[in-house]
Design a protein around this ligand. Sequence first.
Ligand SMILES: [Zn+2]
Length: 448
Amino acid sequence: MAHYQLSQKYPHSEFLQIQITFKNTQKSSPLSIRLPAWRPGRYQLGNFSKNIRNFKVIDTDGKPLNYIKKSRDNWHITSSEEIVIVNYEYYTAEIDGGSTYLDEEQWYINFINCLMYAENQLDEPCEVQLLVSDENIIACGLPSKGKILYAKNFYQLVDSPAIISKEIKHLQYVLNNITFHLWFKGDVQLATQEERIIEDFKSFTAEQLKMMGDFENESYHFLYQIPDTKAYHGVEHLNSTCIVLGPAKEFNTEAFYDNFLGISSHELFHYWNIIRIRPKEMVPYDFTKENYFTTGYVAEGVTTYYGDLFLIRSGVKDLNWYQNELNKLFKRHFENNGRFNYSVADSSLDLWIDGYEPGTPDRKVSIYVKGAIIALLLDMLIIKETNAKKSLDDVLRTLWSDFYKKGKGYSAADYLNVAETVIEHDLEGYKKDYIEGTAPVENILTQL
Ligand SMILES: [Zn+2]
């Protein structure tokens, strides 16, 4: 078991103090420890090790042990000791959906970017001891006892972010015996909105549970950071999501509320689509390097499509609102001349290069935008050709039962095969034109 102890030297410090106790199981060869090179949800290298200061390795008596740094985020420790202790400080000045951020009011921790692992112990249980005072509330998807969090392995640990603070606003609702928690860190007044939030969240959650028919956890946690500045960023996790949405002063406006619903519905659907129904290239995650995959149009495109769709299916929003959202989506697509130059499959592969920046003008498309449009197209094709007996819902449910439930990831070909089985004919044209090609989507969409 790896034991992690986290502390902050003084309340204003921007450094998280980390001490990790590793078993040194193979004394004949060096113990290889690593910091993840990227974080699931953002498919680009993170270079998190730039935030590390004062890296030291000692034995249980405090005697320094030898190590060498092998690469960007890999250290080799040579020792005959049973136990080695790694100490370092992690710099935490940035706040976004996937960062680790400390100030005098909170610890916001995405373990993926700040905790190291021993390469031969990824599947071993982990525990995280939080050295914070007793008044602190811990908002996290992991089981805990007092101020210790428990994970069955490193994968679970790093896919379970936490907010730790004396003041966190909290709402909750229960559906199908699952408790859904909403945790808010920031200057927001919930009072006037509480009932509406619960009612709307219950509605779209019920719709998602009904469609997928299966949920594997007893609880789910929406972790919101509501900063004073403008922000819009969400990241999906095992049984939680981190959402950064601002500015706080607009929290009670309708536009903010719509964004709040939209991003929350999107992130919740990731519980199924990508966290569990996952591209095979990322089963399991390889934290040491890029995990290239071409199916971003499923992971993010289909999720973007459904995130909004659930809001009208559940009656939380109306058709006018939905048409407006679709118009925004098309506008973003048609304003990008990259649609003539690069396919959505290639754009997915290239997430690792420039997926999260505008990049070279008109070079690529968005897996979110074009992905959602071709998900709509596929859904319409299936509904039309099966006389509404089937829909894209059936494709998602089959991916759940035939891939995730069987411990497998899916490939681009698997996704297409499942869709072909549902629609009962081949989809070679759809694949060539819209997934692997740059054919204009408007021609076929206007015919449907
Ligand atoms: Zn997403």
